[in-house]
Design a protein around this ligand. Sequence first.
Ligand code: NAD
Length: 451
Amino acid sequence: MENYNSIIAKQKDFFRSEVTKDVSYRLEALHKLRNGIKNNEQVLMDALRADLNKSEFDAYTSEIGFVLEELRFTLKHLRSWVKPKKVKTPLTHIGSRSYIYSEPYGVALIIAPWNYPFQLAIAPLIGAIAAGNCAVIKPSELTPKTSEILGKIISDLYPEEYISVVQGGVETSQALLNEKFDYIFFTGSVPVGKVIMEAAAKNLTPVTLELGGKSPCIVHKDANLKLAAKRIAWGKFTNAGQTCIAPDYLYLHKSIKDQFLQQFKETTIELYGEHPLNNVNFTRIVSGRHFQRLCSFLDNGELFMGGSANQEKLSIEPTVLTHVTWEDPIMQDEIFGPILPVLEYDELSEVLEGIHRHPKPLALYIFTENNAIQKEVLNGISFGGGCVNDTVYHFASPYLPFGGVGNSGIGAYHGKGNYDTFSHQKSVLKQTTLFDIPFRYPDVKNGLKKI
Ligand code: NAD
């Protein structure tokens, strides 16, 4: 196993040189990244096609275009974000002024998963650079072509003492975790998130953990069913369901269940065709192991639509399973594939009860026109983030920090949140020397009198 000590030592030295703290240096690094990505758009799209059969449309909108937008937003606002913020000072501190300085942590480790292998490595890198850090990226071993291109883009743009990519699987990741970083940003599964936090604890390294879980999608009786069907089908089946915030399962009000499912079937055909297994633009499952795991769920409950799979192509049809219960295997863990189980309810309290008995989800979606129902769900359930009358779209707003809560993660990023994540907030009081208020000092004279 390679020793990563030297690369981290070089990055620590480089960080100490203070070059990365210069805002012009950060802006130039971000401009370079933007140009590097733009110059490699086609190669990246080809790599994403080879690794996951992502269509050019999906590759652009959810990976390349997404990070270009994050870059545009960061470049536009960085100069204002880096300024020390003056805050109020209480009367007890009269004569002084109070400031919050954002300072970079130092050397950050970014560990990325395979499902959006480019975006989920580069988006945190944008935050790390913007905040003035050096960074080591460990991309996923399950998408080798994309990880290779990513490594090449980065090594063409930056010296390794500033930003570097380390390729490898679990063992490489573990070897990196044995080193002392100043920040760890991890995106991946809940069990590995726990491994990361344990490793970080040894050095008290701060972490962001972007994890997963079962994200519910509730369709109430008064929802606009046509729109709900379209937005849910897109959110669930894009990237073949391999999206951390895809609706994991549906909670359908009994009175609209049949009508909704009929609409959902028609919409899915409109979006992905009568025979999605023959659709050349339908994303495939990442590996044989993941394919087998997903296929084992196909006999849960009753098949309403889909259900076919092609082992050679590692492709599974958009599938809906009804008559599913919380006891079925498909309801035990995050599904992470194009299979949508349906639970039914009469009263909203049953939904709240069901979700409360399980770990806090990364996302939650509620479709209803009723404000009181929206309020009850938003107040009553803790979840990372989500949408009312939509799915997944909250992820793409730079004004909404993105992250989980409880088992679905710690911390958040995107937009200013990305910059804040990679910055320590250093509070500083600047005191006057023109006078000195005596109240804080012990009253020695009176104290002595009492003895
Ligand atoms: P994973 O946890 O298996 O792997 C993620 C990364 O960790 C990879 O780079 C991998 O090499 C490394 N890794 C794996 N096992 C490790 C170990 N024992 N020790 C140290 N490092 C290890 O996750 P994945 O399968 O690549 O991705 C899917 C998961 O990621 C899903 O659970 C999904 O919900 C989650 N996810 C979350 C978000 C989010 O933003 N919250 C986004 C995408 C994916």
